[in-house]
Every structure is written in C-alpha cells, then in structure tokens.
Design a protein around this ligand. Structure first.
Ligand code: BTN
Length: 261
C-alpha cells in the first residue's frame, strides 16, 4: 500500500462512535485550522470536522510551520461552548489527554504530554495541538487543530525536525489512520463534555513529561532561565522553581518550555 492511498470519510465513520458530526476528508488543504475558522465565522455548526492527508500551510503555536506531508493525519474540530465561564486553557490540556490516550490505545504505546500540549513518544514529538478561538457575532468558538506524525512520509521527516520529532508507525495504512482519527475525535468530545469536572487533570499529571524535570523557560521564544517543573495546578498552570529559588506559575499563552537533556 502506498502512502497516497486515500483515506475516506466512510473509513473514519466506520470506527467513529460520536454521533451528529459533520466530517469532511480532503487529500490536501492549506491548513485545516484556517479553513475551519473561515467556516466558523460563516456559522458552521459545532461538530464540524475537517480531516486532511496533507497541508501546504500547516502551522503551530507562534505561527511556526507544521510539516504536514502525506502519511500524517491533520484534523480540526469546531467547538461552540455554551458555558459563560468556559475555560480555553483547560480545553487545550484536556485535548492533549484525549489525543495521548487515543494514540496509546491505537498504537499500543505509552505517550507523554509536554506542557502544555505536545505529545511525546520516546522523548520526541509525535503530535502537536493548536487551539484557536474566534467570534461569530456575539458567540465564541474554538477550532482545535491536531497534527499527528502517524505513518512514515515519502521522504521521511524534514531535516529541520528529524532530531526532535518521531513517527508513530513504521508502515502506511489507511485503516490505522481511520482508527486513529476516530479515537481522537471520540476522546476529544468525551473530554470536552466532561471538562468542568476536571477529571482529565489526573491523567494529565500522570502523563506529564516535565514534572520533576529540569526545563528551560522561554518567554516569546527568549530564554528566561532554567527551572525545575514542580507542579501542575487545577488551572493547568505549571509551577516552576528557578535556580535562584524564585517560584513562578507559568501560563501557556506566554510561555513555552524545553526539557533539558
Ligand atoms: C504545534 O506543534 O505548535 C501545534 C501544531 C498543530 C498542527 C495542526 S495540524 C492540523 C491543524 N492545522 C494547522 O494548520 N495546524 C493544526
């Protein structure tokens, strides 16, 4: 089987348990997040899901390029939370739990979560998640974008990321992609519907790749010091202790981290 075999909507629906979703599958798009944000402002409904087999303009946090060749799976889900006190920070972390659990189940592996929402396999990135918010009239919406290095790409991982990223499976299979997609979407809606009870936090902490580790803290990409990651609080902030004893609670909007070797 070659890695341009087309995954179809029917393949995904065969494995999907969540009902009432509007799933579309494309061979190649610019960016599933970009397309879904455009659809959201034109009133697309909650549960609209865009899946792509490749992206020409996939992006991640801080507008970094997200390599999106055939072999990976790239999807975005539209959410329109009704709760006035809906907490987007919790959403991002809960989605990380959803995706990490889905990958573990399908690939029979044990992934970790690097605060705030990178999924690591053997200390290398296997999935990135980008939640973007917007408004449609007075109503807010969230587009949750997930990119998984699922199966090998034709030319292997790009030189820029090959030392820090990895791929989940050794061979290409549309059935693997379909199962993975369905499990990710099902788990995502489970966590979304149970967000307020913060149940996901137990798994989030258990799967943490950073707790107890030495990390480099970056603010807008700039190194602001080395610290130990001490705790993840109930708002998903990361409590760290810097070398000079100073303690800080990091908020993911402003801060990213690197795990020291
Ligand atoms: C990151 O690692 O910073 C987040 C990467 C998020 C990538 C996904 S792929 C599907 C969706 N479309 C995009 O353009 N980005 C997200």
């Amino acid at each position: 089987m070659s890695n341009t075999d087309m995954l179809t909507k029917a393949d995904i629906l065969k494995h999907l348990k969540t009902e009432n979703l509007d799933v579309s599958v494309f061979k190649s798009v610019t960016s599933t997040n970009k397309i879904l944000k455009e659809m959201a402002v034109k009133n697309a409904r909650e549960g609209t899901v865009i899946v792509a087999l490749s992206q020409t303009d996939g992006h991640g946090r801080y507008d970094r390029k997200f390599y999106s060749d055939f072999g990976g799976i790239y999807l975005s889900v539209l959410l329109r939370p009704k709760l006035l006190n809906f907490d987007a920070t919790l959403l991002t972390s809960a989605v990380a739990v959803a995706v990490s659990n889905a990958i573990d189940e399908v690939a029979k592996r044990s992934t970790k979560i690097k605060w705030v929402n990178d999924i690591l396999l053997d200390n290398k990135k296997v999935c990135g998640i980008l939640c973007e918010g917007g408004f449609c009239g007075d109503d807010s919406f969230f587009v949750v974008g997930i990119g998984i290095n699922a199966c090998p790409t034709k030319n292997g991982l790009d030189d820029q990321i090959k030392d820090i990223a990895t791929t989940l499976f050794n061979t290409y299979s549309t059935d693997i992609l379909a199962t993975l997609c369905a499990r990710v979407i099902d788990n995502l809606f489970y966590e979304y519907n149970h967000l307020q009870n913060r149940e996901f936090l137990t798994t989030y902490r258990q799967k943490s790749a950073v707790l107890g580790k030495e990390i480099t803290v970056l603010s807008m990409g700039e190194n602001i010091g080395t610290a130990i990651a001490v705790e993840i609080d109930d708002e998903c902030r990361l409590l760290v202790e810097f070398e000079n004893g100073e303690k800080k609670k990091l908020i993911s909007d402003e801060i990213s981290i690197k795990i020291a070797n």
